[in-house]
Write a protein that binds this ligand. Structure first.
Ligand SMILES: O=c1[nH]cnc2c1ncn2[C@@H]1O[C@H](COP(=O)(O)OP(=O)(O)O)[C@@H](O)[C@H]1O
Length: 229
């Protein structure tokens, strides 16, 4: 499968959801939308997130047990476990007669019971688009920042979603830290199986939203587990 992050076609696609829909109907490809809900209380000191307190408290450099660590723990971005064992974001295909954001909001009610009166996903929440020529599908990604308290409410109400337990097996927070061994946490998380281009959507968004640096993403992708016996 080949994903094209930015093509001339995509330049046209990313202007507005209405135009994206018109292009899709004219050129006959499907539009799929996914969505990440996040809370960003990150510090600008990215290195502070590189260490968390492992069990027993070893390997923690003095000086990182500060308020920045607490803040980084409150920085969250949610994904979900799908019925097929792949990790992805909530969302799906836009149906005929729907606008892009209408379709996305409908999927979010079905898959995560999102209160779309309080947290409507809008055009302004658009982050990025990728085109997959093999499947003739354009994958759009949206993200919305909410308060940490709201994340907790959204998580608990997601268990009452229509699709919970069938298509969707649960929402969870992506670990955005790296343990002292340089692998457990975010690097290990990236070794999972991801649906579609959701891994690219995740890494792109973390940098775009200012949650992680491109260097942190790069280091995490290259990290290897220590031999564990
Ligand atoms: O979180 C995601 N991000 C990006 N693409 C995804 C994600 N989840 C699924 N996909 C891709 O979207 C397309 C439709 O997938 P899905 O089975 O979720 O659609 P549906 O829920 O509308 O039936 C597939 O090509 C799949 O690989």
């Amino acid at each position: 499968m080949v994903w094209f992050p930015r093509t001339p076609l995509l330049t046209a696609l990313i202007t507005s959801s209405t135009e994206r829909l018109q292009v899709s109907r004219t050129l006959l490809f499907s539009i799929c939308c996914h969505f990440g809900i996040y809370c960003s209380l990150q510090s600008t000191d990215h290195s502070a997130r590189s260490y968390v307190v492992p069990k027993g408290g070893q390997n923690v450099p003095i000086g990182v047990l500060t308020a920045t660590l607490l803040q980084s723990a409150l920085t969250t971005l949610n994904m979900q476990m799908r019925f097929d064992g792949y990790i992805g974001f909530p969302g799906g295909l836009i149906d005929d007669g729907e606008s892009v954001v209408q379709g996305l909001n409908r999927e979010l009610v079905e898959e995560m019971n999102l209160d779309i009166v309080k947290f409507p996903v809008k055009d302004d929440d658009f982050v990025t688009a990728h085109f997959c020529p093999n499947k003739n599908i354009c994958l759009n990604f949206y993200a919305k920042e909410v308060l940490y308290e709201d994340i907790k409410l959204i998580e608990s109400s997601s268990m009452r979603a229509e699709d919970h337990g069938s298509e969707v097996l649960g929402t969870f927070r992506v670990p955005l830290y790296t343990m002292g061994d340089g692998y457990r946490g975010f690097p290990a998380f990236l070794a999972n199986n991801f649906a579609g281009n959701s891994k690219q959507q995740l890494t792109y968004s973390l940098v775009h939203l200012g949650i992680m640096s491109a260097q942190e993403i790069d280091d995490s992708e290259k990290a290897k587990p220590l031999h564990m016996d």
